[in-house]
Design a binder for this molecule. Structure first.
Ligand code: DGL
Length: 280
């Protein structure tokens, strides 16, 4: 075993949080790509949605969640929520002394790496779109890239309702995505935790010439890099099984558990605990 490893620190879990269930799409990718890491996931199911709330509120909520995750001795934190990544990441990085990453930069980087037309679409919550964070980060990599953003607020409740393959969802998606007609984009960032679950619907409408980008994939790669840089990765021989992952929510657990166990996570969620997040 590497003598630089501090077992207690390296075996500590990764904290992941989101406004609700959607961030499980990011947790899923992290579990797949970093199978020897355990996670503590918090879903703020009592206060979802974040997408329509002010920056001050999102920072306050995110700060409470980081405090809670720190009581679980996490070694790093991934903000799975695009809205919280857009509005609170910078503030949290200043306030807390542990590595914290969001999903925006990884998503933007993937889009830039893949685009040929240098015309990129972004769909996200109102909060994320109004922050213009994707445009700003994409322009750091390519100042001449054209970014066209569209908020799709109805996608979140449709996914929460489980209407992933439904004519109503098709119709709503068609209306939102008509924004991109004749815009010649070749990449579309799914800039909200819930949208990767509508991938098939969105693909059907956008066609095969538009590459759909799920920031979760690149976020897991960035997390691996971050853990290596800080010498925090679990030893490769670590075996993680389902009871080592922990799930917490701020509202009743039943719906969260049912949703989580319907999206093809590498593990079955056996237990979800409700906590009082306002006390942190
Ligand atoms: N998790 C949020 C995001 O990725 C979507 C749901 C919400 O509005 O809270 O932006």
């Amino acid at each position: 075993m590497d003598k630089n490893i501090n077992i207690e620190k390296n075996l500590a879990p990764i904290g992941i949080f989101d406004s609700g269930v959607g961030g499980l799409t990011v947790a899923r990718e992290i579990m797949r790509q970093l199978p020897n890491e355990s996670v503590v996931y918090f879903g703020d199911t009592a206060r979802v949605p974040y997408g329509s709330k002010s920056q001050g509120t999102i920072i306050k909520y995110s700060r409470q969640i980081v405090r809670f995750l720190m009581t679980k001795k996490v070694k790093a934190i991934v903000i799975a929520c695009n809205t919280a990544s857009a509005l609170a990441l910078e503030e949290l990085q200043k306030e807390f002394d542990l590595p914290i990453i969001g999903v925006i930069k990884p998503g933007a980087k993937t889009a830039i790496a893949g685009t040929v037309t240098r015309r990129i679409g972004v769909i996200a919550t109102e909060g994320t779109v109004h922050s213009q964070i994707y445009t700003k980060v994409i322009h750091q990599y390519d100042p001449d890239a054209v970014v066209i953003s569209k908020p799709c607020p109805l996608f979140v409740p449709l996914v929460e309702e489980g209407w992933l393959h439904d004519t109503v969802t098709d119709e709503v998606a068609r209306r939102y995505l008509s924004e991109f007609d004749d815009k010649n984009i070749d990449s579309l960032i799914l800039g909200c935790t819930h949208y990767p679950l509508l991938r098939n619907t969105i693909k059907k409408i956008m066609g095969s010439r538009v590459n759909l980008i799920n920031p979760a994939y690149e976020t897991a790669l960035s997390l691996r890099e971050l853990l290596c840089t800080h010498n925090l990765a679990s030893p490769l021989q670590t075996i993680v099984d389902s009871h080592m992952h922990q799930f917490y929510v701020s509202d009743t657990p039943e719906k969260f558990m049912a949703f989580g166990n319907s999206i093809d996570l590498p593990f079955y969620i056996e237990k979800v605990e409700q906590i009082n997040i306002e006390s942190f």
